[in-house]
Design a protein around this ligand. Sequence first.
Ligand code: TTP
Ligand code: MG
Length: 358
Amino acid sequence: MLVDLDYFFAQAEETRNPSIRDKPVVVCVYSGRSEDSGAVSTANYIARKFGVKSGMPIALAKSKLQNVDAVFLPVDDTYYEKISSGVMSILKRYADSFEQAGIDEAYLEVSQRTKESYEEATELAKRIKNEILTNHSLTCSIGIGPNKVIAKVASDAHKPDGLTVIEPGRVLEFLSPLPVDRLIGVGLKTTQKMRALGVTTIGDLAKLDVQRLVKIFGKKLGLYFHNAAAGIDGEPVQERAGATSISRISTLKEDTRKLILITENTDRLCEEIKAELDQNGLVFRTVTAIAIMKDLSVRSRSKSLDNTNRLEVLQETVKELFERYLAESTLEIRRAGVKVSGLSKVGKNQKELSSFFE
Ligand code: TTP
Ligand code: MG
């Protein structure tokens, strides 16, 4: 099964402040360039009714919620991480094997403990939903199916607070009519390419010649699309490399805008991060520079690279990001931080589904 928390960041904000529950809630990543610059991280389902979506510019979300009593909040990663790890430790207890797939979602292999009974798996899912609701006041959506691809699509089928069970005999009738972008890994670009091929639904994709798919998308992805559309997937549920990110923050000697004073600190933070990466045999793909201002507001700049674990690359990228930030802002920085994410095991032959796309 795949368990995914509903409108996670926004729901987390609602649990902290229940009085906003019946209003549109929009959680934003403010870039800090101007008051409304930045993007929507997520929104609750009330805000979604107004057309607000993840990734949308904040200004656009505001225009959709004009004259509405809506709540706009900045992301608070530390708070969400804490809730996430609480939820994940509940989920682990219900799984034969467990794979966290994001901050708010995880795959649970439950075949053994349910003796492959879909009825028992359904009961298990209800208990899980109940426990997360009781302990964290959060709803989630759960999909149950014969493999990860189907569980994932099923979890999305009836959100929020959904529970969707797809037994093997119903896989094709379930998948066929769904839009092709419901498959994990089919993003905007791929959807467009597929449309050009006359593919709008998963059923259309299933009918496409596999050779053609391989030609267009490459062997790995082409085969994956071909199989996924037919509901075929053999990927095991397996624990991923521990943390999804590693970060360090430190307070500067003085509030400053001098790059050298900042990099003195961040170079050291990078060394600490490098040590932790090496200890765990990890490489990273994304570097984030975090600036905490005098007024304690938080700004960040990120850059994605090819997988690496090199200290110099990390330090250089952090320097570049702070340089860019300083050019765009006039404020003094009080604390500086570094985060690496998109972690994976060094040299691991990445054949997990998610590794194609992350
Ligand atoms: P999702 O599970 O994709 O979205 P969600 O939990 O907000 O909503 P849903 O009910 O559809 O599951 O992502 C989990 C969190 O990740 C989300 O709460 C905020 C963050 N996120 C972003 O910051 N930007 C994005 O573009 C997306 C999709 C998610
Ligand atoms: Mg979610």
